[in-house]
Design a protein around this ligand. Structure first.
Ligand SMILES: [Zn+2]
Length: 70
C-alpha cells in the first residue's frame, strides 16, 4: 500500500525548541497541545492519557511529554 504523501493539505512546520537534549515541538497554548496529544495517541495506538502537556520553562509555549507506563 502506498500513501499519498503529496496530498497534504497544508505543510505544517511547527516551531521547535531544545529541552535538555531533545528537540521538541512547541504548541502555542494548552488546548492545542492537548489536542495534539490525543491525535498522536490515536496515531500510535496509545492509551488516552499516555501523553501529557506542560508549559515550557524556556518560552511561552507548551510541549508534549509521555508519562511513564508500567
Ligand atoms: Zn519550549
Amino acid at each position: 500500500m502506498s500513501r499519498a504523501q503529496n496530498k497534504q493539505p497544508t505543510p505544517y512546520n511547527p516551531p521547535k525548541c531544545w529541552v535538555g537534549n531533545k528537540h521538541k515541538v512547541c504548541y502555542p497554548d494548552q488546548e492545542t497541545a492537548e489536542m495534539s496529544a490525543r491525535l498522536v495517541e490515536v496515531e500510535h495506538g496509545l492509551k488516552v492519557g499516555t501523553l501529557t502537556c506542560y508549559h515550557c520553562e524556556y518560552g511561552d509555549h507548551w510541549h508534549l511529554a509521555s508519562s511513564p507506563q508500567r
